[in-house]
Write a protein that binds this ligand. Structure first.
Ligand code: NAP
Ligand code: G4F
Length: 322
């Protein structure tokens, strides 16, 4: 029988890759979309006819009850969030409402309407924050450094709590940073590759960034959505770190990105205090051995391939007038 999946955050980077994957797997894919005054379907326009849209917002309990009732999902992927760490300091209450309480609202809607549906929560390596050990595993203590990280820890534990209280099949994917040509332009990777393409095509002369020394474990979003799906195919729910197990600095990302178009990043990158954070996460490095062993998952795209894929896509966009 055809499986049904409901994805919140359909219009985001991960929602678009996950929807594509599930359509390929012959799921009936439903996507929750909030009301917007302008189109926000750019990432899903190519396959929007294969997806059923249901209106709703993580801030609105009734809309979530109705969305579960209408879609009758076998699997629910909660990817919706205020996902930009930097803005969580300027909008801490809103971030908590969506990223923390929003998870409870969605789980509560499932518990009342479709408690046997399987649930994926988009948890984050940002929860490790000021890391207590390196690399980070499922057992590493959390020490958040941003209102976003704090809110995501609530989301993580409410998923665990619904699993333990109501025997729901709820799993957390603790995903390390993952990027793609569909990444939002405000995140550092895409900001760099877009900046490189703007400079290479004569649209800009410099690129202003914040902390160049912070290190992240960057993977490809298309690889990571497969891990989400695999988690919900397991007999028992559980929590998994998903990462490449390699860390690189923002500076290294810049060097490879500029070199891709034959430029030297030292000549174009300037540091701007506006992009520094009140509290920084200096290094994130995952240990994904549990996901590799239990799920049989592994990343396919290397760090260099990822950077070059993103630069090439931005170059292509500008060369075709985008
Ligand atoms: P993204 O591109 O920023 O997408 C966020 C999605 O959430 C968008 O579809 C957005 O809709 C939707 N959304 C925001 N607020 C909402 C609300 N109140 N109600 C309903 N929908 C709402 O994020 P992403 O990179 O795909 O990340 C997906 C999830 O994984 C997020 O929960 C993020 O925190 C988490 N995560 C991401 C990473 C990463 O490196 N990408 C790592 C770990 C965890 P609009 O289009 O209407 O804005
Ligand atoms: O790209 P970023 O904004 O991603 P960040 O803060 O690591 O968060 C992303 O990954 C999390 C998983 O760990 C997700 F949960 C979250 O939703 C999001 O997807 O910043 C990465 C690093 C930071 O250390 C930041 O200080 O890059 C540094 N950085 C340096 N200059 C900059 C800039 N970040 C941004 N956005 N813009 C800059 O100009």
């Amino acid at each position: 029988m055809t499986k049904r999946a409901l994805i919140t955050g359909l219009t985001g980077q991960d929602g678009s890759y996950l929807a594509e994957l599930l359509v390929e797997k012959d799921y009936e894919v439903w996507g929750l979309m909030r009301r917007s005054s302008s189109e926000s379907t750019e990432r899903i326009d190519d396959f929007i006819d294969s997806v059923r849209i249901v209106g709703g917002d993580l801030l609105d309990q009734t809309s979530l009850l109705d969305a579960i009732e209408e879609s009758q999902p076998d699997e629910v992927y909660n990817l919706a969030a205020q996902s930009f760490v930097h803005d969580s300091w300027t909008e801490p209450v809103y971030t908590a409402d969506v990223d923390a309480l929003g998870v409870t609202r969605l789980l509560e809607a499932m518990r009342r309407v479709k408690p046997d549906a399987r649930f994926y929560q988009a948890s984050s390596s940002e929860m490790f924050g000021k890391v207590h050990e390196t690399p980070q595993t499922e057992k590493t203590p959390f020490h958040p450094r941003s209102p976003y990280g704090v809110a995501k820890i609530y989301g993580y534990y409410i998923a665990v709590n619904y699993r333990e209280s109501y025997d729901m099949h709820a799993s957390n994917g603790i995903l390390f940073n993952h990027e793609s040509p569909r990444r939002g332009i405000e995140f550092v990777t895409r900001k760099i590759t877009d900046g490189v393409a703007r400079i290479a095509t004569g649209r800009a002369t410099e690129l202003a960034l914040g902390n160049l020394d912070s290190k992240r474990d960057w993977g490809f979003a298309g690889d990571y959505v497969e891990a989400m799906w695999l988690m919900l195919q397991q007999d028992a729910p559980d929590d998994y770190v998903v990462s490449t197990d390699e860390a690189h600095s923002v500076r290294e990302f810049c060097e490879i990105a500029f070199a891709r178009v034959g430029l030297d990043c030292e000549e174009y990158v300037v540091q701007d205090p506006r992009f520094m954070r009140p509290a920084e996460v200096d290094i994130l490095l995952g240990d994904s051995s549990k996901a590799r062993r239990v799920l049989g998952w592994e990343p396919k795209v290397s760090f260099r391939e990822l950077v070059e894929m993103m630069v090439d896509a931005d170059m292509e966009r500008y060369s075709t007038g985008g």
